[in-house]
Ligand binder design. Structure first.
Ligand code: SF4
Length: 224
């Protein structure tokens, strides 16, 4: 569930620029979905979710049970991005609530954070059938929604969880291992790459390097 907080100066500046460029409405081509940018700047992630949560822009809109937008602090310093909703997420409408999500909660707790203090979402808002890997067309179609979320939140650090998120946000197709331990940029925001918690459940050998990554994440956030 998204939590409303006073909109930050950074978001106001972003929305002012958007208004100057596009007028009072953000329009997503081919969807018929427009997102009103209100003159009072009461625009929030909640309003954005309301504007897009009936999306049928790709075939996953027909097969999903629940649209899975994202959860956490709408002005979080730290945003985690996974691949797509799974079975539990599709049932409950919230990201990272299954086994992998419980593991993410434990890891966050180990670095003295909670899911309420960060923001958690996925590349796709709807579950691919049988949890198959998202297709390029689905990613391309859905990505503008995530980009808008990130622009509104404007975090200090993005963490790409797993190869799909990393390859999408960095436009680089290389092994996850070679993407770790570096600071990348998504637009002007720092981005680091680590294993998806589901990969840690499948392969315990990833747990040690993932733990090192999360300690690094904690040190970066504590400096900001
Ligand atoms: S996955 Fe994204 S683009 Fe496809 S229907 Fe869901 S919200 Fe729309």
């Amino acid at each position: 569930m998204s939590i409303e907080t006073p909109i930050s100066g950074m978001v106001k500046r972003y929305l002012t620029q958007v208004k100057e460029m596009y007028g009072d409405n953000l329009f997503f081509e081919d969807t018929g979905i427009s997102f009103a940018i209100q003159s009072s700047f009461n625009t929030s992630l909640t309003e954005f979710e309301k504007a897009i949560n009936k999306c049928q822009k790709c075939p996953l809109g027909e097969t999903r049970n629940k649209f899975v937008f994202g959860v956490g602090d709408p002005s979080a310093k730290l945003v985690f991005i996974g691949e797509a909703p799974g079975r539990d997420e599709d049932r409950l409408g919230e990201p990272f609530v299954g086994r992998a999500g419980k593991l993410l909660d434990k890891i966050l707790s180990a670095i003295n954070m909670t899911r309420e203090e960060v923001y958690i979402c996925n590349i796709l808002k709807c579950r691919p059938p049988d949890n198959r890997t998202p297709q390029c067309e689905e990613i391309e179609t859905c990505l503008p929604y995530l980009e808008t979320q990130l622009k509104i939140i404007n975090p200090k650090l993005i963490v790409a969880l797993g190869a799909t998120a990393a390859h999408t946000l960095l436009s680089i197709k290389t092994s996850l291992g070679s993407l770790r331990s570096k600071i990348w940029k998504w637009r002007d925001i720092d981005l680091i790459v680590t294993y998806h918690p589901a990969a840690l459940l499948r392969n315990p050998n990833f747990k040690r390097p993932a733990w090192e990554d999360f300690q690094w994440i904690q040190s970066i956030i504590s400096r900001n």
